[in-house]
Design a protein around this ligand. Structure first.
Ligand code: MOS
Length: 743
C-alpha cells in the first residue's frame, strides 16, 4: 500500500490533546462528578492492625443532623459477596478483602464503618464520633522478624513469572570462584501517592448505576462490582475519563468504590466517597524486600555465577507476588544462575503493583552488586557491563526481538561524559563537596494484550476512535489520536479519542507498559479498515477514472493520486458522492503469539547518575541523570520523554527519600501524609537528559512499540547508589539513603 502520509504524526512531539482540558479544569476526575441530592460518604478506618471488632457504637454519629446512615459489619445489607471465590483481574491468589463483611481486622487502615451524610463535612465529623471497640491481637509488621515463617510463593497470579529452574552449578561455582561477593540489600515499603485522591461517585441514571471511579481499568472495576453485587453489566456502568496518576494503585478496585456502590444500592441515592490522603496509606503499596545477592567471578573479570534471593511481604489474606529476581538471570552473560523468591505474611494490606513492580526492587539490588563486583575487580563498571552483554535471553534460551542496549550504553556514556570519570573513589572531592558518578542497567518486559477499538469517520470528515482503556496521565489520548490520524492522513485536530467507559470496545487494564502496544495496535487496525474502504470507494469514483488503489494515498483528509497532489477528493466529498453518512469499523488486535514466542521481548535502558554529597551533613543531591532508553518505536517523543522524566524523579526519590515507616510495636504506619512521607520536589532535581535509542522491531507488535511506563524507573536508584559510593566510598545497601546512613 502506498502511503506517503505515513509517519506524519507518529514519531513527532505532539502536545497533549487533553492538555487544555486539564489545565483549565474542564477535565473531570472521579470526585468531580455529581448527581441530584448527592450524599457523601466518609470511611472510618481501623486503628489497630490485627484483632476483632467487639462493638461499633454509632448512636452519637447518627444523632448529628444530616447523617443518613452509618454502615458497619453489623448492619451491612447482604447485598454483596454472594460468590466469595471471586477475584478481580489482577488479584493475587487468596480471597480479596471484603469491606464491612465481618469483625475481623487484618491491617491498620482497614475500613470498619462508612458514614453517609448530606455534606462531606458532616460525614467526616460524624465519622469521628463512631466508637469502635476492638480486641487487639499481637501483630507483626516487621518483615525481618518473620524469616522463620517464609514460604515459597505460589505460582497462580497470571502473567507474573516465578523464578525459573537454576541453570549450571551456581552454588559450586560460587564457592570455587576466584573472587566472590555476598551482600544483603533492602528496599522499604512505599505507598502510592498520586496527585488525585482515590474517589468514587455512584450516580443513578434511571435504572443504571453509573460509577465514576479512579481506575486503570473500567472493565475490571465493572466486572468486580457486578460480580460482588450480583448485577448485570447493563445495570452498572463504570466511567473514568481522567485519572490523576495511578501507577498501579488503581489496577484493582479499591474499597471506596465498593462502599460507594453499597451505599448507593442500599439507599437508592447518589453517593460519593473520597478518601483522605491519610486513608490512602490504608490502601496498598510497594512490597518491602530483603534481598541477598551472591556473585562469583574469575580474577580476570568474568562473571561466573549469580545467586539472587528475595524475601518479601504479603497480607494474611492474599499471596501477592511480583518478579523481583528473574532479571538477574538475563541481564549479563552468565552460565550458573539460581534465584529464589519467598514471602511472609504480615498484618498489612496486600501490597500492590507500583511502577515497574518487582524490577524496581530487584534490579536495584542486582545492579548495586554488579557495581561492587566490578569495583573489586578494578574494572570500570560500564566496561564490565558491556563485556557481559548478551544478545540471547539465557533463561528462555531465545534471541531478542530487538535489543539496542549496547547503543544505550554508548550514547548514554557519550552524553554523560563517562570517559572523563576518574575511577578512584573519592577523587571527585571539591572542598567539602564529594562528587561521584555511577551507572546501572534497566530492563522491563515488552508486552501486548488483546484489545479492541472502534473508529467512525463521519460525513463531516471527522474521526472518532474509542476503546475502554484509560489515560493515567501517560498520554494515551494523545498517542492514540496520533496513530489514528496517521492511518487516515488526517490532521490530529480532526480526531477525537474516547476512553474510560465500559460502553466502549474492550481493552485491558492500563498497566505493565502495554497500552501503546495493545490498544495502539487495535486503533491502527480499525483505522486501516476505514482507509481500505476509502480507497475502494475512491477507485470507483469518477474523479479518479479507474486509478488503481495502489496509486492512491490519504493525506490532509483527502484521497490523493500519488505523485499528483492536485488530483484529490476530500473524504467529505467522497462520502457524499457515495451517499454514505459514515464509515464505521471495529478491530480486535490479538498478539501474534506464534511469532512472539520465538523471541524474548524487553525494553532496556542505561542510566548514568552524578551526585554531590556534603561531607558534613551527608545530604546527597543528584545533580545530573542521563538515561538512554531502547524501547522500540517512540510514538510521541514529548509524552515519552515525560514518562521517563517521571520515572527518573521517582528513582531519585526511591534512592534518597521515599519510605513507609511502621512502628512495629503498634503495627502502625507513622508517616501517613505528605508532611512525613517524602518524595522529590522540583528543587531536589538537577539536570535530566533522556535519549531514545532507535530500535526496529516487527515482532513485539505491528507498531513496533515496547512501552515506556515502567522502564524509566528501573535502575535509577542503583545508578544513584553507585554514584554515592564513587563519591564517598560508602556502600549503603538499604534504601533510602537518608543522611544518617551515610555518616
Ligand atoms: Mo503500572 S504498575 O500500572 O505503573
Amino acid at each position: 500500500m502506498s502511503s506517503t502520509s505515513s509517519y506524519s504524526h507518529t514519531g513527532r512531539p505532539a502536545n497533549r490533546v487533553d492538555g487544555a482540558a486539564k489545565v483549565t479544569g474542564t477535565a473531570r476526575y472521579a470526585a468531580e462528578f455529581t448527581g441530584a441530592d448527592l450524599l457523601h460518604g466518609h470511611v472510618v478506618c481501623s486503628g489497630i492492625p490485627r484483632g476483632k471488632i467487639l462493638s461499633v457504637c454509632t448512636s452519637e454519629a447518627e444523632s448529628i443532623p444530616g447523617v443518613v446512615k452509618v454502615f458497619t459489619h453489623e448492619n451491612t445489607p447482604h447485598l454483596a459477596w454472594l460468590d466469595r471465590s471471586y477475584r478481580d483481574q489482577v488479584a493475587p491468589d487468596g480471597s480479596p478483602l471484603r469491606p464491612l463483611h465481618d469483625w475481623e481486622i487484618y491491617f491498620q487502615g482497614q475500613p470498619v464503618a462508612l458514614v453517609v451524610a448530606s455534606t462531606p463535612e458532616v460525614a467526616a465529623y460524624a465519622a469521628s464520633l463512631v466508637r469502635v471497640t476492638c480486641e487487639a491481637d499481637t501483630c507483626s509488621t516487621d518483615l525481618a522478624e518473620e524469616r522463620a515463617n517464609a514460604y515459597k510463593a505460589p505460582a497462580s497470579r497470571s502473567g507474573i513469572e516465578l523464578p525459573p529452574d537454576p541453570r549450571g552449578d551456581p552454588d559450586e561455582v560460587h564457592a570455587a570462584a576466584g573472587l566472590s561477593l555476598e551482600e544483603n540489600y533492602g528496599t522499604p515499603a512505599q505507598h502510592h501517592n498520586p496527585m488525585e485522591l482515590f474517589a468514587s461517585t455512584a450516580v443513578w441514571e434511571k435504572d443504571v448505576l453509573v460509577v465514576y471511579d479512579k481506575t486503570q481499568g473500567v472493565l475490571n472495576t465493572q466486572a468486580y462490582l457486578t460480580k460482588v453485587f450480583s448485577l448485570s453489566k447493563k445495570a452498572l456502568q463504570v466511567r473514568s475519563p481522567f485519572v490523576g496518576g495511578a501507577f498501579g494503585s488503581a489496577l484493582r478496585p479499591q474499597f471506596q468504590c465498593f462502599m460507594a456502590v453499597l451505599a448507593a444500592l442500599e439507599l437508592q441515592r447518589n453517593v460519593k466517597i473520597s478518601l483522605t490522603r491519610r486513608q490512602m496509606f490504608g490502601l496498598s503499596g510497594r512490597s518491602r524486600t530483603i534481598q541477598n545477592v551472591k556473585l562469583g567471578a574469575t580474577l580476570y573479570g568474568e562473571l561466573k555465577s549469580v545467586i539472587h534471593e528475595c524475601f518479601s511481604e504479603t497480607s494474611r489474606f492474599e499471596d501477592y507476588i511480583e518478579n523481583v529476581v528473574n532479571w538477574s538471570g538475563v541481564l549479563y552473560r552468565c552460565e550458573n544462575v539460581r534465584q529464589k523468591y519467598e514471602l511472609a505474611k504480615l498484618d498489612i494490606n496486600t501490597p500492590c503493583d507500583m511502577r515497574a513492580p518487582g524490577a524496581t526492587q530487584g534490579v536495584f539490588a542486582f545492579e548495586c552488586a554488579i557495581d561492587e563486583l566490578a569495583a573489586a575487580l578494578k574494572i570500570d563498571p560500564l566496561e564490565f557491563r558491556i563485556r557481559h552483554h548478551i544478545d540471547r535471553d539465557q533463561t528462555k534460551d531465545l534471541p531478542y526481538s530487538s535489543k539496542q542496549l549496547l547503543e544505550c550504553y554508548r550514547q548514554g556514556a557519550a552524553a554523560f561524559g563517562w570517559e572523563r570519570r576518574d575511577a578512584v573513589v573519592g577523587s571527585g572531592r571539591e572542598g567539602r563537596t564529594l562528587k561521584g558518578s555511577g551507572v546501572a542497567t534497566g530492563v522491563w518486559e515488552a508486552m501486548q494484550m488483546p484489545a479492541s477499538a472502534k473508529a467512525v469517520l463521519g460525513a463531516d470528515g471527522k474521526l472518532v476512535v474509542s476503546s475502554a482503556t484509560s489515560d493515567i496521565g501517560t498520554g494515551t489520548y494523545t498517542i492514540m489520536s496520533q496513530i489514528a490520524a496517521e492511518a487516515l492522513g488526517l490532521d490530529i485536530t480532526d480526531v477525537k479519542f474516547q476512553l474510560g467507559d465500559t460502553a466502549l470496545p474492550s481493552s485491558p487494564l492500563q498497566g505493565g507498559s502495554w497500552t501503546a502496544a495493545s490498544v495502539g495496535t487495535a486503533v491502527d487496525a480499525a483505522c486501516r479498515k476505514i482507509r481500505k474502504k476509502l480507497l475502494k470507494m475512491a477507485e470507483s469514483h469518477p474523479a479518479f477514472d479507474g486509478t488503481r488503489e495502489d496509486d492512491l494515498t490519504l493525506d490532509e483528509g483527502c484521497v490523493i493520486v500519488a505523485g499528483d497532489p492536485a488530483h484529490r477528493i476530500s473524504f467529505t466529498d467522497l462520502l457524499e458522492a457515495s451517499s454514505v453518512s459514515k464509515i464505521q469499523r471495529k478491530s480486535t488486535a490479538l498478539p501474534k503469539i506464534l511469532k512472539q514466542r520465538k523471541y524474548a521481548r524487553q525494553a532496556h535502558s542505561a542510566v548514568f547518575a552524578e551526585v554531590e554529597v556534603d561531607e558534613d551533613t551527608r545530604m546527597v543531591r543528584v545533580t545530573r541523570v542521563v538515561s538512554a532508553i531502547a524501547a522500540g518505536r517512540i510514538i510521541n517523543p514529548k509524552t515519552a520523554r515525560s514518562q521517563i522524566l517521571g520515572g527518573i524523579v521517582w528513582g531519585i526519590g526511591m534512592a534518597l527519600q521515599e519510605e513507609t515507616v511502621h512502628d512495629h510495636r503498634l503495627g502502625r504506619i507513622i508517616n501517613p501524609g505528605l508532611a512525613d512521607y517524602h518524595f522529590p520536589v522540583h528543587a531536589d532535581i538537577g539536570d535530566i537528559e533522556v535519549i531514545f535509542v532507535p530500535e526496529d522491531d516487527n515482532v513485539v507488535n505491528p507498531l513496533g512499540v515496547k512501552g515506556l511506563g515502567e522502564i524509566g524507573l528501573v535502575g535509577v536508584a542503583a545508578a544513584v547508589a553507585n554514584a554515592v559510593h564513587h563519591a564517598t566510598g560508602r556502600r549503603v545497601r538499604d534504601l533510602p539513603f537518608t543522611p544518617d546512613k551515610l555518616l
